[in-house]
Design a protein around this ligand. Structure first.
Ligand code: SAH
Length: 489
């Protein structure tokens, strides 16, 4: 079981700096004893131009079996165990990841006291893992590593080179190349993704693994497109841990995405669209709030949910109208809620006023009893922040479980993006938008949702309604009841 890490260099930036970074001298072969066997670090090549470090783990299969038995997970070795004894000594897996983490722990943390400037500087890296068990094959290997900046070569290893007709084994020969990553980043990627690909941990996953995953995943995991799969497999399919990890990572991701961008871009849209108007142009965000307030007032709602309330601008506007007696802002982001509470001056509000407003932390991807029984709910510029596969969960939580009488949903109209000079072609309006829909796509979704949950739906433009591409913001208003009643109302 082994992997190699190589770099190139020059007289000014010698490749042998790798030795400093790894805290292992290139001229010595060293051995470290771990609980599952011996880890060796040696350098097959080490000069100014080329330097390669190899980590070789000699697994003690007997120790492995003994430890498994000692864990009290039943006596007799099971089928999975038999497999361990068979391929563990040769395949990269969670054992190799653990060895990597213990032998190169300072390097993984990016610490180098002797040469503090080294760890933060990316350098050309080449990583080879000759036998990587990969459930999900070469395709998954690419989906995991490419978003992180690696160029991936993943070749299936044949079962037997003498008998090609036997087909491929479940092993991949993996080569990773990168020019813009630091060694610490590279090691953290491997530490998490090797066991994820193997999808079989050699030890029992305890709740503190969530902390470890968040620590090692810092800076790259929260926004990874395969985050769900990574957390699920890394945490050995333990559902509650996976959910915990994803909720925490979601907060990280949202904190990373720059919220202020939303308003800035909205303002730009409205100003360009109305540059000829004599009056001072109204920012699109303001128009949207006015449109939503109009819908809510017309619906006669008194108790209102603002789902994905963000920094609380709509909650603030709702508070100004005494018709709204109970206002609940919900958001997954603690950071957004903290800003909202500051904006509303919740701590300095009179008792009566304060009794009208509640801020709740929660994810709309899960049903929530606290959200039942309201007159109306608003989802303003929220749905596009969810990954498409998560949208049905939100749909069920809102329309199936909470079931307010009126639901007002707004989202960008992607067709309008061409009218926006400052937006490069094909770009979303905000870095965190997971999708942006055309009018047809939004209407298709909204009609299906309405039908499935017994609502009638109507569509309204927000902002200047361009004859060709439509308005910048599209709105759907859902009303509970038969379509006939809704129309009559
Ligand atoms: N409604 C506000 C904010 C829109 S930004 C407005 O119109 O200005 C999108 C908001 O949705 C963010 O505050 C984000 O934290 C929140 N959000 C994203 N995914 C969420 C989820 N799964 N559950 C709850 N809120 C979510």
């Amino acid at each position: 079981m082994f992997l190699t890490i190589s770099t190139t260099g020059s007289a000014q930036r010698p490749a042998t700096d790798l030795g400093h970074l790894l805290h292992k001298h290139p001229e010595k072969a060293q051995a470290f004893s771990t609980s599952y066997g011996t880890a060796h670090v040696l350098y097959p090549e080490a000069d100014a131009e080329h330097c390669t470090a190899a980590l070789l783990l000699e697994v003690d299969a007997v120790a492995l079996v003994r430890r498994r038995k000692g864990k009290g997970r039943g006596g007799a070795p099971d089928a999975a165990l038999a497999q361990y004894v068979n391929d563990r000594p040769y395949a990269a897996s969670s054992l190799l990841a653990v060895a990597l983490g213990s032998v190169f722990s300072s390097a993984m943390r990016g610490v180098c006291t002797a040469r503090p400037e080294l760890p933060g500087t990316p350098r050309p890296l080449r990583i080879e893992v000759p036998a990587l068990p990969a459930r999900g094959g070469a395709d998954l290997v690419r989906r995991l590593f490419e978003p992180l900046g690696w160029t991936v070569t993943a070749e299936p290893v044949p079962l037997d080179t003498e008998f090609p007709e036997w087909g491929d084994s479940r092993y991949i020969r993996l080569t990773l190349l990168a020019a813009d990553l630091t060694l610490a980043e590279a090691l953290r990627h491997l530490y998490v993704l090797l066991p994820v690909l193997d999808d079989a941990k050699h030890y029992w996953v305890s709740p503190d693994e969530v902390d470890k995953l968040l620590r090692v995943g810092d800076g790259w995991l929260a926004a990874h497109p395969e985050r769900e799969l990574i957390t699920r497999r890394y945490l050995s399919h333990r559902w509650s841990l996976t959910r915990q990890a994803n909720e925490r990572l979601e907060l990280v991701r949202l904190a990373e995405a720059d919220d202020s961008e939303v308003e800035d871009l909205d303002n730009a849209v409205a100003q360009e669209a109305e540059a000829d108007d004599e009056e001072k142009p109204t920012p699109l965000a303001v128009r949207r709030r006015e449109a939503i307030l109009g819908v809510l007032r017309a619906s006669g709602a008194a108790r209102v949910l603002d789902l994905g309330c963000g920094q609380g601008q709509l909650v603030q506007a709702l508070l100004k109208d005494p018709a709204f007696t109970e206002i609940v802002g919900v958001d997954v982001s603690m950071r957004a809620l903290t800003i909202a509470s500051r904006r509303l001056k919740l701590d300095r509000m009179g008792e009566r006023q304060a009794s009208r407003v509640t801020l709740l932390q929660g994810s709309l991807a899960y049903t929530d009893k606290r959200l039942k029984g309201y007159d109306a709910a608003v989802l303003s510029e929220v749905i596009e922040h969810l990954d498409l596969p998560r949208l049905p969960a939100l749909e069920y939580a809102v329309f199936g479980s909470a079931r307010p009488r009126t639901v007002c949903v707004t989202t960008p109209n992607v067709e309008y993006n061409v009218r926006w000079e400052s937006l490069p072609a094909g770009h979303a309006r905000h870095g965190d938008h997971r999708f942006e829909w055309s009018r047809e796509e939004f209407r298709g979704w909204a009609r299906t949702v309405a039908e499935r949950h017994g609502y009638a739906v109507e569509f309204l433009p927000v902002g200047p309604d361009d004859p060709e591409v439509g308005p910048p913001t599209q709105m759907a208003v859902f009303r509970l009841g038969t379509p006939k009643e809704a129309k009559a109302a």
